[in-house]
Design a protein. Sequence first.
Length: 202
Amino acid sequence: MDKMRWFGTLVAISAVSAFDAAADPVRYTADRWHTRIYFDIDHMGLSNYGGRFTEFDIDFLFDEEDYSKSFVEVRVPVASIDTFSPELNEKMPSVAFFDAADHPVMHFRSTKIEQLDSSRARMTGDLTIRGVTLPVIFDVTMNGKVLHPFYNLHNIGFSATGSVDSRAYGVNRLPEWMLASMVNVRIELEAFEGDSVPYYDE
């Protein structure tokens, strides 16, 4: 009987360990107040003209011990583009650019996350714009993780950079000398552990 009890205990411990492993990765919720999606593009060789998207939805699972088990999915309403020019903001959702009427949302879904060291990773995923889906790569840095002093929740921060070929998606039909094909994207993300951001309702 003693052997049977020990065997049962070992099985229970193994089951708990397996459950703990399966519980990873941890869900985080993006903090909209402290998250930004920026872009810039070469305009006629005269400037790197920049802008941002002000609305987004980020589904984010993170395994701190093994980045490859993490997952990111992002949806961005294209009409939320802000070029800091009211006139351009009106033009960008049109059929000449993003065609927001038929393709209102950009969608990114990670397919592979390769950990480079304790804080850096290379994330590959499928990006869909105007009905066209192509692979893109982001270089990601984990900036830090803290226990928020007011809410006793883990708060984490990342930076990600990548480039997107606007012509491949049919967004940019202007001559290359006027507006370059490649758009540089930079994401600054802060997120709280769990399914919500605690200070939204305060």
